[in-house]
Design a binder for this molecule. Structure first.
Ligand SMILES: NC(=O)c1ccc[n+]([C@@H]2O[C@H](COP(=O)([O-])OP(=O)(O)OC[C@H]3O[C@@H](n4cnc5c(N)ncnc54)[C@H](O)[C@@H]3O)[C@@H](O)[C@H]2O)c1
Length: 323
């Protein structure tokens, strides 16, 4: 089995790669992708050399570079995890870059997959940013997308494209709408929701962090452990479970920044929790406050996808996995 991960040097790309190579990913699914023979990680830059594994190959280059694309797909690929993207605040600040990578890059990759002799499983990630403005709370599974950002708009177009390429039989698409994945290790990225990780990660490592939104802003969260399991499981679901609707809104956990910081205090003490400063940033709020804080996610639960139970569990997972 040959597996490709775009955005393979990123947060989820790296975690997914390690999980696939280690085996045992996929929740209730049958674990097929752990039988990978070649795992191609494609990204524009690799900061760290990934763990040596003879099955893993790093491919450096832009998503729209045709030569790199040909190398990435080779003679065929069984499963594509398309994770490369310009994230929310960056796409809002640089419209052209967001459109180029998230829209043109996705369409180019889909076209190349269409021309393969195989019909690859194509897992890609959408976001809570598919929604904004006046939507029901919690958001039902069949809510029409109402993006209120360039990032959200490109994600919704990606959902529609992957759905139609699946309907035509060019790919076997599975689009997972991820909650905000918390806690991201390492440094903050340019996602508007990056603070959801910073307010846990930085205080735990002795540093100050700023929460740029109101303490009672509802956030829809998921741990990296659950997210990686969900991506692997999405790849391995039988296609007939999905039918024509290829979008899966994953279950998550609603918590406000205030609840997150209280959980941090329970896990690490008051002095650590007091490292969080509450300073609102209108630019971040303008993006994040439009995102719904709760989703029904009934279809995903029925399919076997699992949410974290409590924000304490998310913090504990970070401390166990990263500290
Ligand atoms: N992490 C989250 O909370 C979250 C939530 C919802 C959706 N998502 C989506 O999941 C995916 C992975 O998220 P992540 O948190 O790992 O993001 P990330 O920023 O850590 O990783 C994305 C990777 O894409 C790469 N990339 C960007 N432009 C590229 C280009 N032109 N060519 C090649 N590679 C390029 C980046 O270098 C980066 O390594 C993204 O599509 C993101 O939009 C993430």
């Amino acid at each position: 089995m040959r597996v490709l991960i775009t955005g393979g040097a990123g947060f989820l790309g790296q975690k997914l790669a390690h999980a696939i190579l280690a085996g045992g990913v996929g929740g209730k699914s049958d674990g097929q992708i752990s039988k990978v023979d070649e795992l191609v990680l494609w990204d524009q830059v690799f900061a760290n050399s990934t763990a040596a594994d003879s099955r893993s190959v790093n491919l450096t280059g832009d998503l729209l570079d045709g030569d790199v694309l040909r190398k990435a797909l080779g003679d065929g690929v069984d499963v594509v995890f398309h994770l490369a993207a310009v994230v929310s605040a960056q796409a809002e600040a640089d419209f052209d870059l967001g459109m180029r990578v998230n829209l043109d890059g996705t369409r180019t990759l889909l076209e190349a997959c269409r021309n393969l002799p195989t019909c690859p499983v194509f897992v890609t990630t959408s976001s809570v940013a598919a929604f904004g403005g006046a939507v029901s709370n919690p958001v039902p599974d069949h809510q029409a997308p109402t993006p209120r950002s360039t990032y959200g708009t490109t994600k919704v177009i990606g959902e529609l494209l992957a759905g139609d390429y699946s309907r035509k039989g060019f790919i076997d698409g599975r689009i997972v709408r991820l909650p905000t994945i918390t806690v991201r290790p390492g440094k903050p990225n340019k996602a508007a929701s990056s603070f959801a990780s910073s307010i846990i990660r930085e205080p735990l490592s002795g540093q100050a962090a700023v929460c740029p939104v109101a303490p009672d802003t509802p956030l829809w969260l998921m741990s990296p452990r659950r997210a990686i399991d969900a991506l692997a499981m999405a790849a391995q679901l039988p296609a007939d479970c999905l039918g024509d609707d290829r979008v899966i809104t994953l279950p998550g956990l609603t918590a406000t920044p205030k609840e997150v910081v209280l959980a941090l205090e329970r896990a690490a003490g008051q002095a650590v929790a007091e490292r969080v400063e509450w300073r609102r940033d209108p630019a971040i709020e303008a993006i994040v406050a439009t995102w719904p804080g709760a989703f029904e996610a009934k279809r995903a639960r029925d399919l076997g996808f699992i949410a974290d139970q409590h924000v304490d569990e998310i913090i504990r997972a970070y401390m166990e996995d990263e500290m």
